[in-house]
Design a protein around this ligand. Structure first.
Ligand code: KG4
Ligand code: ZN
Length: 339
């Protein structure tokens, strides 16, 4: 049989992504973002995201094809995010994927968005082990997943956040410190000159008896807000760098502690970290240090594969095709609240 050339389509949030993958290799991709259009609203507006996907779909697909150096007619399979995500946004990408699959008369596969995040790393570091722990940390997700072959094994959620996602916490604290949006990179930059031990901010749910893999970041955000208020009320200068570094240290400490605990408890040897927050230098350094000490292999894809993109969905599609999975068919519905 011919070598599969899989087109992946991602539209679950504010990124319109198309990627082309063949036998585990990324051939090319196109990516558009409506992030700038949401900035003034302080969060992604579903209707605006959906319109932006509709406008960006064909031009972005063209970019992916050109980047990969393939013709539309070379595509042998199409894969698209079916959920979880914003319903209106998922619908647009899935409908676009159906149109392409129908026009080319090739099979269509619905893909779980989180499987896509996990698979992104395979494009950089090769196949995942039989089973691994994936820490996904972005503006929308904060979860610890146990991941198997991504074809037949369901993704197992060991824990999620009770309130804010990790990236959301960075964004909110950044606003509070007057550092702007997106908050992650801004806090990181400010934190470079700060002392991570200057303030002891709370690490939620780390006591014995607490849910071992569940996160909560709203208390941390409140603690930072209270610290800033108190300093301002006293007329004292706000040591932004120290606060940024101490906040960052608290988030990283909790993320790495719980992720490593999951690897150990499941008797595994690999931790994969993905999502926009995986770009954080302190997170990468602390995770590397603690994984080295524990004899755990750490895998973090480059930032462009950490954030939402079409290549990661194509990567899952490619695994499904080569793993002999049944296509979803052109009647597949979106599953925006998939777990
Ligand atoms: O995966 P992503 O691009 O988008 C979704 O949320 O789907 O993640 C964006 C999040 C934002 O909250 C941003 O502040 C955070 O990732 N982020 C960072 C860094 N770069 C981006 N957080 C901490 N440190 C960074 N260097
Ligand atoms: Zn995502």
């Amino acid at each position: 049989p011919a070598v599969p050339v899989v087109l992946g389509v991602e539209s679950s949030c504010d990124e319109t992504g198309f990627g082309i993958v063949s036998e585990g290799m990324l051939l090319g991709q196109g990516l558009a973002s409506s992030a700038a259009q949401h900035a003034e609203f302080g969060g992604v507006v579903p209707e605006i995201a959906a319109r932006a996907h509709l406008e960006a779909a064909v031009p972005t697909l063209r970019i992916a094809l050109a980047d990969a150096g393939v013709e539309a007619g070379d595509i042998t399979h199409v894969a698209a995010t079916s959920g979880p995500g914003l319903a209106t946004a998922v619908h647009v990408g899935l409908a676009a994927a159906k149109s392409v699959a129908w026009a080319l008369d090739v099979p269509l596969y619905g893909v779980h968005h989180l499987a896509g995040h996990a698979a992104a790393d395979t494009l950089e570091h090769g196949p995942l082990p039989e089973r691994s722990i994936v820490l996904i940390v972005s503006g929308g997700h904060t979860s610890i997943l146990a991941v198997g072959d991504l074809v037949r094994d369901p993704i197992e959620h060991l824990g999620d956040t009770l309130d804010d996602a990790a990236g959301e916490a960075f964004d909110k604290v950044s606003r509070l410190l007057g550092l702007g949006y997106p908050g992650g990179p801004a806090i990181s930059r400010a934190a470079v000159d700060g002392d991570p031990g200057a303030f002891t901010f709370p690490r939620a749910l780390l006591r014995p008896g607490d849910a071992p893999f569940t996160f909560s970041f709203s208390g941390l955000k409140t603690a930072v807000a209270r610290t800033v208020e108190k300093l301002e009320r006293a007329g004292d200068p706000v040591p932004v760098a120290d606060i940024a570094a101490s906040f960052e240290q608290a988030v990283v400490d909790v993320l790495v502690t719980k992720a490593l605990r999951a690897v150990r408890e499941q008797d595994l040897d690999t931790l994969v970290i993905v999502g926009g927050v995986a770009a954080n230098a302190r997170l990468r350094a602390v995770a590397q240090e603690r994984c080295d000490a524990a004899g755990i292999a750490l895998r973090i894809p480059p930032p462009r594969l950490c954030t939402d993109n079409g290549a990661m969905i194509a990567a899952v599609g490619d695994l499904l095709v080569r793993g002999g999975a049944d296509p979803s068919g052109l009647r597949i519905a979106a599953d925006p609240s998939a777990v």
